[in-house]
Design a protein. Structure first.
Length: 327
């Protein structure tokens, strides 16, 4: 948490619903998959906000919708005071120079038919920032920044390991000198031995270039290491948002408690005394979320009102936001 608390990104009631259609000739919408369903939060300048949750809860869709890779169904996204939802054409492209994304799979996010130079220089050329010798020097500088030999510019993605490919993707994201980067599970497809290297690289780059991250991940221990605040997502909604240390020492929402109970602890004495919370049942379909609280079908503490009224995502203390009737 920065002392000046300057807000860089503000998300207000953001929704992304994917239509469900039927019919071959005339497609009629018969429903919608509510991947992101009314989410609000802020990202402070210079911080790393971690975003965690189960697979399919909408984390990646949220990141892509914030950057307008998906068009929002409704809601607002303010970046440096500008509403990205209302921007089009040149205005949107200008803002995208300031906000970039690192994708999850380094094997599919890089074009196998283009060289490293073409991959990293593409954003520079699209935005008319550099050409010719200046562009070559910039690409070499970016490769050095991410720990790769600048002589790799003429190689193709298949000639690199997974960790090296992700470094190339990071260099591409840095090409336009962005201020905000969405890291969409950038380490989940990598070997464990390489994951720490990539996370350490991101931290070094954040300090050097004054970056702000939205770090999406499954690994709760890694999120604790890199994040200053953590948001927990379940079935398209945020259920808890708080300071990193507060979340791991005193979680408020029942779903957060269940997630943290599954994280291994290195101390065998503490691990032996800890009570594991096993959630029953499966995650409901985002096309047909339950009435009331989304978590009521699996919550061991659910009461009658949890099945009737949807809990508000509210501030329960100065640093804690939570969506639960029982908190």
């Amino acid at each position: 948490m920065k002392a000046d608390n300057e807000v860089l990104l503000q998300v207000v009631n953001l929704e992304k619903h994917f239509p469900i259609t039927s019919g071959f000739v005339f497609e009629n919408q018969v429903g919608a998959v509510k991947a992101v369903d009314g989410i609000s939060f802020e990202v402070l300048k210079g911080e790393t906000l971690g975003l965690v949750g189960e697979s399919g809860c909408g984390k990646s869709t949220l990141g892509r919708t914030i950057l307008r890779l998906h068009r929002p169904t409704s809601g607002e996204v303010f970046f440096e005071g500008k509403n990205l939802v209302e921007l089009k054409g040149k205005a949107l492209r200008k803002v995208r120079r300031r906000a970039q994304m690192i994708f999850q799979d380094p094997y599919s996010s890089l074009n196998p038919r283009t060289t490293v130079y073409e991959i990293i220089s593409e954003p520079l050329q699209i935005h008319n920032i550099a050409t010719g010798k200046e562009c070559v020097e910039r690409v070499q500088e970016l490769l050095n920044n991410v720990g790769l030999n600048h002589r790799f510019v003429n190689r193709y993605p298949h000639e690199f390991s997974g960790g090296q490919r992700q470094r190339i993707a990071i260099a591409r994201a840095l090409a336009l000198n962005p201020e905000f980067i969405v890291c969409d599970e950038p380490i989940s497809a990598l070997d464990v031995s390489i994951q720490a290297q990539i996370v350490n690289l991101l931290e070094e780059l954040q300090d050097e270039f004054k970056l702000t991250f939205l770090f999406i991940a499954h690994d709760l221990s890694m999120v604790r290491h890199i994040s200053s605040r953590v948001a927990v997502m379940y079935l398209g909604k945020l259920v808890e948002l708080t300071d990193r240390d507060q979340l791991y020492t005193d979680p408020q929402h029942p779903y957060t408690k269940a997630l943290l109970s599954a994280v291994p602890i290195h101390d065998p004495l503490v691990e032996e005394k800890r009570r594991r919370i096993i959630l029953e049942g499966d995650v409901p379909s985002p096309a047909h979320p339950p009435k009331g609280c989304n978590f009521n079908t699996r919550c061991p503490l659910a009461e009658r009102k949890c099945f009737e009224d949807e809990p508000l995502f509210r501030q329960v203390s100065p640093d804690i936001w939570c969506a639960c009737h029982l908190v």
